[in-house]
Design a protein around this ligand. Structure first.
Ligand SMILES: Cc1cc2nc3c(=O)[nH]c(=O)nc-3n(C[C@H](O)[C@H](O)[C@H](O)COP(=O)(O)OP(=O)(O)OC[C@H]3O[C@@H](n4cnc5c(N)ncnc54)[C@H](O)[C@@H]3O)c2cc1C
Ligand code: SF4
Length: 338
């Protein structure tokens, strides 16, 4: 039996103070990832700080015309929120491509950002893993690496970030609002998740004593021309082998603005601004989309079991951009399941 303390903070300031006081503490929101990690003995928090009752469950419009999503808004509430469905359907589509309805009911916006990799060796405490135990080695580099990264890897870790929602938020230029003992700050989405480098144990730039309070979406949501395309081993309840978030603004047949992000291929949601730049002012069509795919994958490197992901990603990018341009997104069912 591994014992730990349990605390329910009164407010955000109290949560931060309790976290700062205990280097072994962890926040718990929906618990859909953290509890599994505790059961597998991957995480051993000395104290669980239960933030699930804090008042961070609102979705509000910002003065700048965007949306502020509280860190405790459940994934299912967010996906079916009328403003998300209407103005940011790529976020709804990405969320609904993930997990199951029951999990999405529990999973929070902040927890989704901070969910940990699904690398099998990370979960298997009998094997070396630099992310779980720094300096122990990486079992995946010369092991089973079919699900692993092809972009931004290091000699220390080739894990992927498993979130779907985050890929859509990355292409929208979202901001992550956090609070800590020194006050509040906003982190650009691109700077929130990290590449592994030689510190794969650090998934994000969040400090131990900081809490995510909200995610802010800017006004531009690309509601007309978008697609979130997720390729996986099963049609549901499976993590992405490759996913693509594509969003376009068109002027007739010409691309005025383009956003392109990939999931399942890197330690963070992978957004490629060079590929986006290559699309601007081009006719929306296969030639430009194939060029963007080549640009996005220029640094890709396959391992023994996952080299297929490079061609898979190339084709998925062209398909998602085609769906976006045609206004025929790879959406989930619009029928609400409760
Ligand atoms: C079987 C299964 C299938 C899944 N499939 C998918 C999928 O296909 N796609 C996908 O995207 N996801 C998938 N998920 C993951 C799921 O989306 C996450 O588990 C969920 O989003 C985590 O949210 P939570 O609130 O439950 O987080 P918790 O488990 O409570 O916490 C996760 C981590 O975040 C930290 N944390 C939580 N909230 C905050 C905060 N506000 N500030 C700072 N730290 C915080 C916790 O300390 C913990 O480290 C799946 C999960 C399961 C179990
Ligand atoms: S890929 Fe990363 S998470 Fe997986 S075994 Fe290697 S170090 Fe651990």
């Amino acid at each position: 039996m591994i014992s730990f303390q349990y605390a329910r903070p009164a407010n955000v300031a109290d949560a931060v103070q309790q976290m700062a006081a205990d280097p072994g503490a962890k926040f718990i929101a929906g618990g859909t990832n953290l509890l599994d990690l505790m059961k597998e003995d991957v995480e051993r928090p000395t104290r669980l700080i239960d933030i699930s009752r804090l008042p961070l469950k609102e979705v509000t419009q910002t003065r700048e015309g965007g949306l502020r999503i509280g860190a405790l808004v459940p994934n299912s509430d967010l996906a079916w929120h009328p403003l998300i469905e209407r103005r940011y359907p790529i976020v709804a589509s990405a969320i609904l491509a993930g997990a199951s309805q029951q999990l999405r009911n529990m999973a929070s916006t902040g927890g989704n950002l901070l969910q940990r990799t699904r690398c099998y060796y990370f979960y298997d405490t009998a094997t070396p893993c630099n992310k779980r135990q720094p300096g122990s080695g990486c079992s995946a580099i010369n092991g089973l690496n079919r699900m692993h990264a092809i972009l931004g890897t290091s000699d220390a870790c080739i894990a992927t970030h498993p979130s779907d929602m985050c890929v859509a938020m990355a292409v929208l230029d979202a901001k992550v609002h956090v609070a800590g003992p020194m006050g509040e700050r906003a982190i650009a989405f691109a700077d929130f998740h990290r590449l592994p480098g030689d510190e794969p144990q650090r998934d994000t730039t969040l400090e131990h004593d900081e809490i995510v309070t909200a995610v802010e979406l800017p006004a531009r949501g690309f509601p007309a021309n978008y697609s979130y395309l997720k390729i996986r081993d099963r049609l549901s309840y499976a993590f992405a082998l490759v996913s693509v978030a594509a969003a376009l603004e068109l002027d007739g047949g010409t691309i005025k603005e383009a956003r392109l992000g990939l999931g399942g291929v890197a330690h963070k949601p992978w957004r490629d601004t060079a590929a986006e730049a290559a699309l601007r002012d081009q006719p929306a069509g296969e030639a430009a989309f194939a060029q963007a795919a080549d640009t996005a994958l220029r640094g890709a490197k396959g391992y023994a079991h996952n080299a297929f992901k490079i061609e898979l990603a190339r084709r998925a990018i062209v398909r998602a951009l085609t769906q976006a341009a045609n206004g025929t997104p790879q959406s989930q069912s619009s029928k609400k399941i409760v």
